[in-house]
Write a protein that binds this ligand. Structure first.
Ligand code: RNT
Ligand code: ZN
Length: 432
């Protein structure tokens, strides 16, 4: 009883401190014409799609068919204990992570997270019914689902080619898989409020310099034409490019130019992953250009360390620039935000929490930017003023508003989530 009381007093003390700091921060931002309440509300509303695959190191639930994790250009490294080994564990971990992450959330599944009751179901025969448990969970938790066909960790992806494979039989298998996945995504859309994002990424490419760069791209274009020929409601189709991958260092069939062209021509969403470009190239500047020609963008937030290493997303300049661009352009309606990293060397629930909280914080910071003043200075040609304001706004009291956002959303404030993760690790993860 006593212990509970002291906890309560501590919590109240903290709440008061957060409120006091927030009051001062509110005034500081008001001086720059920014309303903090509106920024908090706006930042909480934007959904962040959380990737299921961080919870189990991109292993999936297939047994008979799978060729093992890390095959086909995807590899999670590390052996931190507590990996989710089945759907129930993955959902339990995700629900716990959700409680630590403020704001609107979605959950992003891959095809090989189907639950087939012990039966082997080929990827080209997947049906919505194999995701019934996920859909019921989605309804119960009010967490909309997103989806991805899985073109890796599979015997028919071993050659490094799937939709662009020279063998028409193998190509057709993957076309059927992509269509099956679109049907599943459409069923998700019917099961929830609003369409599911269905993102297609293939590992196709070659380790060494190919003599024929055109042939596979032609085959990919034709295969995609078949995949998207079937009109379906309830989903948004996106295509994800890449610069290089494990085993595709010299050539990637689905490159940026390829999908930019394809998505523009077919009016599909283009997916930009922060790890899929040259290390010094960021995607912030691509948003305004691409949005003039494609209906929308899906963004995969990751963190490349020297290469596309899929480290946990953090509150980096890169991430902040992207969020600022989205907010400045008021492009929320056309841009969907998703996380895409998989680190098996740290607590996986913490990985989700750090990544999702960092993105929400970057969004809040973007909404707190004195954009109106920046534009006024810019339009009047007072570039010194624009640069000065940009510098000043970097050190405005973001953390006080961020703490208030967490408080308002009933999410842990400051570092409180760390103790909660440690307890969850002890009572749940280490018992696996
Ligand atoms: C791979 C792509 C892709 C995957 C997920 C698992 O390089 O980034 O988005 O990470 O589909
Ligand atoms: Zn990605």
């Amino acid at each position: 009883m006593k212990e509970k009381e002291t906890e309560e007093i501590k919590r109240n003390g903290k709440r008061e401190r957060v409120e006091r700091a927030y009051e001062l921060a509110r005034e500081a931002y008001r001086d720059f014409g920014v309303a903090t309440e509106e920024a908090i509300r706006a930042a909480l509303e934007i959904p962040v799609s959380i990737q299921c695959w961080q919870g189990d190191d991109v292993t999936g639930f297939e047994e008979a068919e799978a060729s093992g994790p890390g095959r086909g250009g995807i590899l999670a490294t590390g052996s931190y204990p507590g990996r989710a080994r089945n759907g129930d564990e993955l959902r339990k971990d995700a629900e716990f992570a959700f409680s630590l992450i403020p704001g609107a959330k979605r959950f992003n599944l891959h095809s090989f997270y189907a639950e087939t009751k012990g039966r082997t179901v080929r990827r080209d025969e997947l049906e919505p019914e194999h995701f019934e448990i996920w859909m019921a969970w989605s309804r119960k938790n009010r967490i909309p689902l997103d989806f991805n066909p899985s073109f890796f960790s599979h015997p028919l992806a071993e050659s490094g080619y799937t939709l662009s494979h020279r063998d028409p039989e193998i190509r057709r298998f993957w076309i059927r898989h992509a269509i099956a996945a679109r049907r599943v995504a459409a069923a998700f859309g019917a099961n929830q409020d609003g369409p599911a994002m269905n993102n297609l990424w293939i590992p196709d490419g070659s380790k060494d310099a190919p003599a024929d760069r055109l042939g596979p791209r032609r085959r990919l274009r034709d295969a995609l034409d078949e995949v998207y020929a079937v009109p379906l409601a309830g989903l948004t189709d996106a295509l994800e490019s890449k610069l290089f991958g494990i085993g595709s260092e010299s050539y990637v069939v689905g490159s940026h130019e390829f999908y930019l062209g394809y998505a523009g021509a077919k009016q599909l969403y283009l997916c930009l992953d922060t790890g899929h470009f040259h290390p010094t190239e960021t995607i912030a500047d691509k948003i305004s250009a691409a949005l003039l020609f494609v209906p929308g963008l899906l963004l995969h937030f990751s963190r490349g360390v020297r290469w596309d290493s899929d480290h946990v997303a953090i509150h980096s300049d890169d991430q902040r620039d992207i969020c600022r661009e989205i907010v400045r352009q008021k492009a929320f309606g056309q841009v969907r935000l998703a996380l895409d990293f998989f680190d098996a060397s740290i607590n996986r629930v913490a990985a989700w929490t750090i990544g999702a909280r960092s993105l929400r914080k970057s969004l809040l910071e973007a909404f707190l930017e004195p954009t109106r003043l920046l534009l006024e200075a810019e339009n009047a040609g007072r570039y010194h003023e624009r640069l000065g304001l940009m510098e000043i706004s970097k050190t405005l009291p973001l953390s006080a508003v961020w703490d208030k956002l967490c408080l308002d959303a009933a999410a842990p404030v400051g570092s409180d989530w760390i103790a909660q993760v440690n307890t969850y690790e002890e009572t749940e993860l280490l018992k696996r």
